[in-house]
Ligand binder design. Sequence first.
Ligand code: CMP
Length: 136
Amino acid sequence: MSNVEQTLSIIKPDAVERNLHEQIKNNFIENGFDIKNEKKIKISKSEAEEFYKVHQSKPFYDELCNYLSSGPIVVMILERENAVTENRKLMGATDPTKAEEGTLRKKYGISIDKNSVHGSDSIENAKIEIDFFFKS
Ligand code: CMP
C-alpha cells in the first residue's frame, strides 16, 4: 500500500555558507525524494524561537535559535513513501560524530549545532513545520 508523505527539511546555515545546498538537494533526489517546494531565506531570531519552541526548556535553546537565524537557510517540502522516517535515516544521528557512514550529517556536519540539516521528527510535526514556512 502506498504511504506517500511529506516532510520538512532545512539545509542549515553551515551548509549553505559552504555552498553545499545543491549537493545536499541531489542527495535527496537520488534517494527518491521529490522536492515539492523550496526557498532560500534568512529568518529572524524570534522566528527561530517559534520554530524550535519544543526545545525551549533545553540548555542549548538560545544558542540553537541564534544559530538558525545566523545566515541563509534552504527550506524544502520533501515527498516520497515514508518521507519522515526515510529522511531521518538519510540525515543520520543528530551528532555528526555518531552518525553512520553515508548519512548527510556524517558527510557534511561539523558539530552537533552545525549538523547541516534538520528534518521533521513525526508526521504531525511535519505538517506544523511545513505550515510554518509555506502557509501563505
Ligand atoms: P535539529 O534536528 O535541527 O533539532 C534541534 C537541534 O538542536 C539539533 O538538530 C541540533 O543541531 C541542536 N542541538 C544542539 N545541542 C544539542 C544537544 N545537546 N542535543 C540535541 N540537539 C542539540
